[in-house]
Design a protein around this ligand. Structure first.
Ligand SMILES: [Zn+2]
Length: 192
């Protein structure tokens, strides 16, 4: 390891020139260079070894870390609002085919309707013969299903319905004899 001495030259990082330049050693502490003078700008400053050798960029990195932390903290102070606007609620809905509201019709949740007074509305709840419809400015509770139609039980299918249709083979549901599924390899008794 080369030994430096006061008055000698050493390559050091000049804080003014922002370059690694030849410096004259002005002071030493033990075997370490303490103070140097830049041979280019003649500025005197504490000795800094050339970047990349022993100069650690810890100062700059810690500064960037703190700044990024401040950014995230400020972001946490302002959580994004998750309020969905009325337009966003209607986005993706079939607005073009929104039916006109009529108390005689029956509506379902998420259905878009067109009200003559309140405009476009989104059905948010159905309670019996009442529906909550969110309009742009307010939410209204309106009636529906007053048409006298089978709106009472729209999803009720009587089990006898399939027995009435002769479209398929009239297989009695309780018959267990002559089940073709018990012998799948044999030719089923087709009636075609
Ligand atoms: Zn310099």
């Amino acid at each position: 390891m080369a030994t430096h001495k006061v008055g000698g030259e050493v390559d050091a990082f000049c804080t003014r020139c922002k370059l690694t330049l030849a410096h004259t050693i002005l002071a030493m502490v033990g075997t370490k260079i303490a103070r140097v003078r830049c041979n280019t700008c003649m500025g005197e400053h504490a000795y800094r070894s050339a970047p990349g050798s022993t100069d650690r960029p810890s100062a700059s990195s810690s500064r960037s870390t703190s700044s990024s932390r401040a950014t995230s903290a400020s972001r946490a102070e302002k959580p994004e609002k998750v309020v969905i606007s009325f337009e966003q609620q209607l986005a993706g809905k079939d607005i073009a085919n929104a039916p006109k509201y009529s108390p005689k019709d029956t509506y379902q949740v998420d259905q878009v309707i067109q009200h003559p007074t309140f405009g476009l509305g989104l059905v948010t709840a159905v309670r019996g013969d009442k529906v909550d419809i969110t309009f742009k400015s307010e939410t209204k509770t309106l009636v529906h299903g007053r048409g006298g139609a089978p709106a009472e039980r729209p999803t009720f299918h009587p089990p006898s319905a399939r027995a009435t249709g002769p479209a398929d083979k009239p297989v009695p549901p309780s018959t267990t004899e002559a089940d073709p599924s018990s012998s799948p390899t044999s030719t089923p008794p087709a009636e075609e």
